[in-house]
Design a protein around this ligand. Structure first.
Ligand SMILES: [Fe+2]
Ligand SMILES: [Fe+2]
Length: 265
């Protein structure tokens, strides 16, 4: 089974890019399941029903989230309703953990997709991701064949520690949030695919997908940050394709995608 996973989608440029590339990517990488991190999907600020529906139409099967869950009034409501293929970090206490994952059937296999958020260098105070993931995997031990974790975190140390903690218990552990792709993809000794950060799908000439001038000005003046998405039409595509062995549910290969495409804004 091949899983295509996109890092943080930044607003409309990312949605336009997905529309443009997904059919070709699905064919090229023989993709069975598409997952994307939607933390910045709706103009940088979490998700809305409209933006989720839009990218579902382009072929995204499941959307995960992160610290921007709280930026729209809709995200928690959407997550709790279970009506959308969308999950928020399971270790946010408001979710009672059960809305932070979904089990879906793909090619006759039960795939558990789980979203967690880190506690290092982030302003929220979620429950312990180590204990929460233990509980979810234990409670659902007989309910899934393949487990995929999106860990939305700032610190590579925390990502690697949790990734190694879960080695052999999940098929892949993929980091998101920093928008900067790391070149440390590997298959751990126990068979879990790992990368500290998948990167983003967003404007290349930017800081985190935002207008560089705004970010630089904010950092110099320490003024309030205004979220303005860069209007660069060169879009950086940060993604990975993980090949999972149907026999033992462990990863055989992780391929890192880091390319730039041009879109019509
Ligand atoms: Fe984030
Ligand atoms: Fe992000």
């Amino acid at each position: 089974m091949n899983i295509l996973f996109f890092g943080d989608l930044v607003g409309r440029p990312a949605r336009m890019a997905l529309k443009q590339i997904l059919p070709a990517y699905k064919e090229k990488y023989k993709v069975d399941l598409v997952i994307a991190n939607g933390d910045n999907l709706a103009h940088g600020k979490g998700v809305t029903k409209n933006t989720l529906e839009e990218i579902k139409g382009y072929g995204v099967d499941i959307v995960t989230c992160g610290d921007h869950t709280w930026d729209t009034s809709q995200a928690i409501e959407i997550c709790k309703s279970g009506d959308y293929d969308f999950i928020c970090p399971a270790n946010y206490p408001v979710l009672d953990h059960k809305k932070g994952y979904k089990i879906i059937e793909v090619n006759s296999k039960k795939v558990l997709v789980l979203n967690l958020i880190g506690r290092v260098f982030l302003k929220d105070h979620p429950d312990c991701p180590f204990r929460v993931v233990d509980k979810i995997l234990e409670d659902n031990a007989k309910e899934f064949d393949i487990a995929i974790v999106d860990f939305h975190g700032e610190a590579t140390s925390e990502k690697r520690a949790l990734g190694l903690y879960l080695d052999s218990r999940v098929s892949c552990f993929l980091g998101t949030h920093t928008h900067i792709q790391t070149a440390d993809e590997q298959i751990f000794p126990g068979g879990s695919a790992y990368i500290s950060d998948v990167g983003m799908v967003g404007p290349e000439d930017s800081v985190l997908g935002c207008k560089k001038e705004s970010v630089i000005d904010q950092m110099i003046t320490q003024s309030k940050f205004r979220y303005e998405i860069s209007d660069d039409d060169n879009i950086l595509i940060g993604a990975v394709v993980v090949e999972i062995d149907d026999e033992n549910s462990m990863a055989k290969k992780i391929l890192r995608i880091n390319e730039v495409i041009k879109i019509a804004l």
